[in-house]
Design a protein around this ligand. Sequence first.
Ligand code: GLU
Length: 304
Amino acid sequence: MISQNTVTKLYNDILGFPDHGKVASYIPELANVNPDKFGVFLKPVYSEGFGVGDFEEKFSVQSIAKVFLLALAFRKKGEDLWERLGYEPSGTSFNSIVQLEYEKGIPRNPLINAGSIVMCDILIDILENPKEDFLQFVRKLAIEDDIQYNETIVTSESKTGYTNNAIVNLLKAFGNIHNDIGEVLDFYYHICSIEMTCRQLAGTFQLFANNGIVPHTQERILDISKNKRINAIMQTCGFYDEAGEFAFKVGLPGKSGVGGGIIAILPHQYTVAVWSPKLNSKGNSYKGMRFLEHLTSETVSSIF
Ligand code: GLU
């Protein structure tokens, strides 16, 4: 079992390292965050867990929320989901368009922007009130009601989302978006704008470490096969074109977001959330990556 002392020591070590990252500024509102924030929360399955640093402060989870979107879409659509998108790593950046053109509008995987935008379209067809129903789903996984969309971030991203506009238009041209593109993007931006603390994030991801069951309520959200597949997708596609590097250095399934958060999962053992807003050149938290690399190496707790 990893102790709080070990996590605190690693946190303090990484805190002292020079941080060569830069806060994301292509969504203007994200640039307003204090770049020196750094929080960690580790939650063993079926236990309360512990945090260090800014672990009770909310931040924009951004692409991390794509995993909740995948869980809900996969739960509702089953294997039919794969008629509209793939599950192979893209090897390209989160908002790349090139692949989408030569693969005729079928996104490589659910965790790049194109894949998540298609999942939003799918859920708009299925859910009665997509934004409200999605938020309720996340609150159920978190076992907390204090989780909201941030409308200021939604507005900020909608005003500057030129690349996502290009993606949704290309998808529509290939027939892989059925609804109004404005409605689809609005849903997508809301999902990305969710704010959580490291403690909430580690809690919300517990089901993925626990065969698809939320530990503290015993509710089964995903069957074992779907849960296994979502972990596999996080492992191979969770870090944009740095998924190989994350597997190589950290060795856990996980997902990052441009808000500087990273969640990682050691199946049957624990979930760990890290937040530090400065990003490396691939869009992943610079300190977060280093912290997790040290954590899994020093405690010998990766899946490999
Ligand atoms: N909302 C962000 C975008 O669409 C998400 C990017 C990310 O966190 O990777 O650009």
